[in-house]
Design a binder for this molecule. Sequence first.
Ligand code: NOJ
Length: 504
Amino acid sequence: MPSSHWWRTAAIYEIYVRSFADGNGDGDGDLIGLRERLPYLRDLGVDAIWLTPFFRSPMVDGGYDVADYRDVDPLFGTLADFDAMLAAAHALDIRVIVDIVPNHTSSQHAWFTEALASPPGSLARDRYIFRPSAEEPPNDWESIFGGRAWTRTPDGEWYLHLFDPGQPDLNWDNADVRAEFESVLRFWLDRGVDGFRIDVAHGMVKEAGLPSVGHPQQIGLLGREPLPYFDQDGVHEIYRAWRKILDSYPGDRMAVAEAWASTPLRLARYVAPDELHQAFNFDFLAAPWSAAELRATIDACIEAADSVGAPTTWVLSNHDKARHVTRFGSPLIARAAALLMLALPGAVYLYQGEELGLPEVLDLPDDARQDPVWHRSGGTDPGRDGCRVPLPWDASLPAYGFSSTGRSWLPQPDWSSLAASSQQGVPSSFLELYRSALRLRRTFTGPLTWHPSPTDVLDFQRASLRCVVNLSPATVPLPAGDVLLTSGDLPGGELPPNTAVWLG
Ligand code: NOJ
C-alpha cells in the first residue's frame, strides 16, 4: 500500500457540530457557522475535519440517534448548507469525514415506527432485535448509558438498545439493514465526502443466542474482556463489503472505526488491508501521565497496527471523554502531551477546543445537562456535557462569539482568556503551540526509535526529529540539537518537569 495516502499521516479535527459555531443565532452550532469558521481550521493546519452527526434526529443522544440518514436536521441546516460547507472545505484543501451510526437508529426512524405498528414476528420487527413477551428481559445485558439494555413495547415484546431506549439496535442479520447502509454510504460518497467515522463499529453483530454476560457492571469490561454484544467476528464481513464500496470511488476515501476490542491485536483486525483504514486508539487516551505506561502503550499500538500494515492513530480528547487538561490536572501537562502526540508516527485526531486548552466544564447546572448518561444514572454520573460546551471564539462578544445573539445551548464559563481571539498571535498560548506543531509536524517522516533515557523521560527519534518529554519530578539535561518547539520554558537550557521539546 503506498504511503502517500493522505489519511496515513493526517491531522483530523473533530467538530462537535452543535458546539462549534452558530450561524443563525439560535444558540446551537450549525453547518453555516462551521463554514464561516473554516479559514480558522486552515490556519490551524488540519488536513481534515470529522463532523459528529448532523442528520435528522430527535437529539436524545446528541444526534447519535438518527431518524433519517439522508437528511440534515433543521437544527444544523439543510442539505444545501452541507454541500456549500463541503465545497468550501475542499476549496481550502480540508477533507470532510462524516459520522455513520449503524448499530442503532432513533426510535423515531420510519423503520422502528413501522416495527412498533407491526405484529410480533413480522418482517418489520426483524430489522431490529425484538424478543417475545415475558416478565423478565431476555438476558442480563446492560445499557452503556446505565440500566437494562431492554425495553418493553406496549404488546409485551422486548427490544434491545445497547444505549438509550431511543436508540434501538438494528439486526445486522437482516438483508434490508445491510443494503440500507450500503446505500447510505453511497449517498454521502456521491455528495463528495472523503470518509466516514463509524460509530460503535464493534457493536453491530451480536453473539448467536444472545447469551447473558453473567454479572453486572458490564461497562467496566469494555475493551478489556470479550462481551457477547461487542467485537463479534461477524462484523468483519460487513467492513469487507464497505471497503469495496469505498474503493470503488475515486479520491482516496477512507473510514475510521470507533471500535473497542479486548486486545490491540483484535482491534487491528478492523484495519486489515481489506477492511477499514483506521481505528481510534483509545489505549493512548486512557493511559495515565506515566513514562512507562505511555511508552508501553505507544509500542503496543504501533506493533499491532504494523502487523496489518495500517497507520496508528492518536487521540487525547473527544466528545465522550473529559477534556485532557482536566484529566491530566494541569495545562502544562496537556501542552507536553500534545507535543508528544503530535510527534508520533501515524494520524492524529484533535477535538475542537483542545487547541485552546479548554478544560472540562465541571459545574454545569443540573437543569442544563442534556446527556442521557446524566439522566439514566439518576444524576450520579455527570455525563459528557462538560466537554461539549460551545467554543469561545471572541473574548469581546456575547457567548464569546459562538452565536451572534449571545445564546448558547450549554452555558459557558468565564473563558475570556481562553477565547481564540485572546490567544491569536500570543507565542506562549495553546493556540500558537498547536499551530506551530501542526505546521512542523508535516515535515516529520519515518518510524520511531527510542533513545536510552533517564527514568520517567521519553526520548525518541523520527528521522531528523527528536522528541523528549520529561515526566519526572526533576529537571533533566537536554540532548544536543536545535530547539524547534517546546511546550514550556527551558530555563538554563534544561528540560523542566512536565515539559516536552522537539529538537532538530
Ligand atoms: C459513541 C459516540 O461517540 C457517543 O457519543 C454515542 O453516545 C454512542 N456511540 C452511541 O451512539
